[in-house]
Design a protein around this ligand. Structure first.
Ligand SMILES: Cc1cc2nc3c(=O)[nH]c(=O)nc-3n(C[C@H](O)[C@H](O)[C@H](O)COP(=O)(O)OP(=O)(O)OC[C@H]3O[C@@H](n4cnc5c(N)ncnc54)[C@H](O)[C@@H]3O)c2cc1C
Length: 391
């Protein structure tokens, strides 16, 4: 039996690990198009600085892991086609990889909105280590202007990194607030001031009209200097290879709770997958899906059918912006009454209320719905985060 995993990110690696733990015999091959060992991708926007070196981005497993566990890891090879009838995938150099079971773990590309000029030379995205290497080498040459289109967490982390190079940095966000999905309104306002205090210009509620080499033009008519423009506007799942062999595609590669596609013996995990209609591009989701798929592939190979289900959990958000740690969990925006002056007992009598405590570094906010703790924001000090459990 040969299991071929396309994509050497955390999802693909997790499939290989959990499958190998249950089956010592099966041939496992992971093919990845990056030239490096699978690594901690979330670090990419956090290591942008003049001190960058590739070693700052930690490999998930050392080279020996693959030899010790009999997992064939093929790097620097891009799978360009799959023939399901012949049970074979082919890379760009024409080498083929045969399989009995196929796993798509090929992640996502950065989404580039249809902005006029988004195809010009000065426009970049950040998804792979080589993107960070490229940007750092461009910025090493001296002071430049950089515009980040997208004020989500990755865009903001990147903007902080560009500032460390001494660049003139602007962030353009379509929505009226920063981190609107992860933070309450107090948090969004504080993040904006934090960035402005650190010399970054923030344009919220702003749409980009056009990118020209050297400038970004906003719908408002403002013109921003922009030697380099980085688009950070979400992701687009990689589905073309799966689609070519008849796998059903939605916003991602469609799989059931067992991570199986509609095609026999073909699974999908991580950022490329849409599980029962839902796709969440987070590290832990990709890792957990990979582990569950690995277990199910072991059962599939043994002819068993009592597959394990993958269920989405509640995922926390953490970041650290300009040395300010930020954490949130659950639902933290919407119509909540300020009940900070009430006792915990009285807050629990309210339908939707929050309690805010100002700390020396920021604040803590606890959101209650029908007496239950349903959301938390910790801003500035997050040591409590490990102890927090929603009701
Ligand atoms: C800059 C950045 C910061 C992030 N920060 C966070 C964070 O703070 N917290 C969090 O939870 N998540 C974060 N994420 C998201 C998280 O990294 C992803 O959810 C996770 O990496 C998904 O893992 P994956 O294995 O599914 O896909 P990926 O990590 O994208 O791995 C897929 C791999 O497949 C390879 N590949 C693609 N096509 C082919 C092909 N045809 N042939 C061979 N190989 C191929 C790709 O090169 C890639 O190496 C961040 C992502 C980025 C880009």
């Amino acid at each position: 039996m040969r299991v071929l995993i396309i994509g050497a990110g955390v999802a693909g690696l997790s499939v290989a690990k959990s499958l190998r733990a249950l089956n010592e015999e099966v041939d496992i091959t992971i093919v990845g198009r990056e030239g490096v060992l699978p690594y901690f991708r979330p670090a990419l926007t956090k290591v942008l600085s003049p001190n960058f070196k590739p070693g700052l981005v930690r490999a998930i497993e050392k080279e020996e892991f693959f030899t010790d566990n009999g997992i064939e890891f093929v790097r620097d090879k891009d799978i360009v086609s799959v023939d399901y009838q012949k049970k074979c995938a082919v890379d760009e150099a024409g080498s083929s990889y045969v399989f009995d079971v196929l796993v798509f773990a090929n992640g996502a590309d950065c989404f580039v909105p249809p902005i006029k000029g988004s195809d010009c030379d000065s426009v970049y995205t950040i998804r792979e280590l080589s993107d960070v290497e490229k940007l750092c080498s461009l910025l090493d040459g001296g002071k430049k202007s950089v515009t980040v289109i997208g004020g989500g967490v990755l865009g903001l982390e990147a903007a902080e990194g560009f500032r460390k190079f001494g660049c003139e940095v602007s962030v353009v966000e379509l929505f009226p607030s920063l981190l609107g999905r992860q933070l309450d309104s107090d948090g969004s306002v504080l993040v904006k001031s934090l960035f402005e205090d650190n010399g970054i210009s923030i344009y919220t509620d702003s749409k980009t009209k056009e990118i020209v080499n050297g400038t970004v033009v906003l719908e408002s008519g403002e013109i921003l200097n922009s030697d380099i423009t980085v688009i950070s506007a979400g992701v687009k799942t990689r589905t073309a290879l799966a689609e070519s062999i008849g796998v059903e595609i939605g916003r991602g590669i469609k799989v059931n709770e067992f991570l199986q596609t509609n095609v026999e013996g073909v699974f999908a995990v991580g950022d490329c997958a849409e599980v029962n209609g839902l796709g969440i591009g987070l590290w832990k989701v990709a890792m957990d899906q990979g582990s569950t798929a690995g277990e199910n592939i072991a059962k599939f190979i043994n002819g068993e059918s009592d597959f394990s289900s993958f269920c989405f959990g509640t995922y926390c958000f953490t970041t650290n912006l300009f040395r300010t740690p930020i954490f949130s969990l659950g639902v933290v925006s919407g119509e909540y009454e300020d009940a900070s002056a009430l006792s915990e007992e009285d807050i629990k009598k309210k339908d939707a209320a929050f309690k805010k405590v100002v700390t020396d570094k920021g604040y803590e906010k606890f959101f209650y719905t029908n007496g239950k703790l349903t959301g938390v924001v910790l801003f500035g000090k997050i040591a409590k985060a490990t102890k927090i459990k929603l009701d």
